[in-house]
Design a protein. Structure first.
Length: 460
């Protein structure tokens, strides 16, 4: 986001005064997003900006900053200011920040938290990585079935200011078990003497603290909620997860899937922040796997070397054949992975997907096959000696091979993600490079098999 020139001028003027009170008033008057943009625009002043704001607004700015910037700011702030900032941060945002730091640094920072916040943070950090428990916040409003609406509003006034959201109020029993969640509008639209039990419909949607974060993202989309309760295995209410956390999860998952589709492991850190050796390790594994896969292409070429020696013209179309198959496979793979990610298709839809891809593969292959056939025929008329007297058979060979290879590419690209999902693996690993490598090898076999069948007795 680009800063307004007027805001930049005002900031530069006020920062030169070195008047802390004036700087504080100026920063506290700005929008949170504008202050974040000032931090990105003036990195030399990033810790000074945070330190000169009210702690509540500083925490609001800090939690929307990128992790590398957050880390630099914490390193530069005095311990007392760091303690205030970390204690003010919502528990889920604080846990998310601490997760990215080395364990020895986390230990030191946890010492700065007050006892209650330290207990909450250690509890959240105790849940498995990428679990719902790491995202939940204990800041929510709960009531009991026997409470009246008047008592509910008294509870909201008392505890609501510390809650992540008051759009939904949670109903529990004396054992702390979740009974229901009720939207705030239900309390507003009913008389003060009405009891909570009269509003309950027992249709509560909850997450388990041990569930995967991607599961929560799907449930949020299906139920159109701004927050969902998180419970233990025994249905005890532990906290809530809000939509802003889900947006962050979706962004992270999208980044990981894009990296995997590109043929690398998920980086888990910003590109410019990851150590070069770690970046090397993330990339080399897939490169070696794909390289070994491509060596099978040379093996396939070697198997058909007699055919190639007798009809050298066949070698001219090898790049055309394997690239067409790889491209169609990459297309199908990307489409299916994306559709699975947003919940448009599931493993149970495999037959519907296969039918569609068979039709798509035949149509796509026929178009490319016709273009390839016509290209050979036309070029043979312009350059009579280019493909020899058997150019018609060569054209038919290339045309039929393209149909077969493109059909195989679309089937491979569409079925691999579903097979991986069924086996419990990440569909994103059936990335475009992986599919392309597979189709390269099988495409050669299809091509030379068709060539041997059609050209036997003429060129072969």
């Amino acid at each position: 986001m680009t800063l307004e020139p007027e805001l930049q001028e005002q900031f530069e003027e006020v920062i030169k005064t070195e008047n802390k009170l004036q700087i504080r008033d100026f920063l506290n008057d700005q929008n949170i997003s504008d202050v974040a943009d000032l931090i990105y625009e003036y990195p030399d002043y990033e810790s000074q900006i945070i330190a000169n704001m009210s702690v509540h607004r500083a925490a609001s700015v800090f939690k929307i900053l990128e992790f590398p910037v957050q880390k630099r700011i914490i390193q530069e702030l005095p311990p007392a200011t760091t303690a205030e900032l970390l204690n003010e941060l919502p528990a889920d945002d604080r846990t998310d920040f601490l997760e990215g730091l080395p364990s020895n640094v986390v230990r030191e920072l946890i010492k700065l938290l007050n006892p209650d916040e330290r207990k909450i943070t250690l509890s959240l950090l105790g849940y498995p990585e990428n679990s719902i428990g790491r995202l939940m916040t204990p800041d929510y409003v709960y009531v009991y079935p026997e409470n009246t609406i008047e008592e509910v509003f008294a509870t909201i006034r008392k505890y609501g200011k510390d809650s992540e959201t008051i759009n939904v109020i949670y109903v529990i029993n004396e054992q702390g078990e979740l009974l229901d969640d009720i939207r705030i509008r239900e309390f507003i639209l009913n008389p003060p003497d009405k009891r909570v039990s009269e509003l309950m419909d027992d249709r509560v949607v909850a997450l388990n603290a041990l569930d995967d974060q991607e599961t929560a993202s799907e449930i949020f989309k299906m139920n159109n909620r701004v927050a969902l309760p998180v419970v233990s295995q025994s249905n005890k209410l532990l906290g809530i997860v809000t939509i802003d956390d889900m947006l962050w999860v979706a962004s992270e998952e999208f980044s990981e899937d894009m990296q995997k589709i590109g043929g690398t492991e998920a980086l888990e850190q910003p590109y410019l922040e990851i150590p070069i050796l770690k970046l090397f390790r993330k990339r080399i594994v897939w490169l070696v796997v794909l390289f070994l896969g491509e060596m099978l292409t040379a093996t396939a070429m070697g198997y058909f070397q007699d055919e190639i020696a007798r009809a050298v013209v066949l070698a001219l179309f090898v790049p055309l054949i394997i690239s067409s198959g790889g491209n169609s496979g990459s297309q199908a793979s990307t489409l299916i992975i994306q559709a699975m990610a947003v919940g448009e298709i599931t493993v149970a839809d495999w037959w519907r997907v296969m039918r569609r891809e068979i039709i798509s593969g035949l149509l796509l292959g026929s178009v490319l096959g016709l273009i390839g056939f016509l290209r050979i025929i036309i070029w043979s008329q312009i350059f009579p000696h280019l493909y020899g007297i058997h150019y018609l058979f060569i054209g038919i060979t290339v045309g039929l091979s393209l149909i077969g290879v493109v059909l195989w590419g679309t089937l491979s690209g569409s079925m691999l993600p579903i097979i991986l999902k069924k086996s419990g693996a990440d569909p994103a690993v059936s990335s475009a490079p992986f599919v392309a490598t597979l189709v390269d090898v099988t495409g050669l076999i299809i091509y030379f098999s068709v060539a041997f069948t059609i050209l036997k007795g003429t060129l072969l």
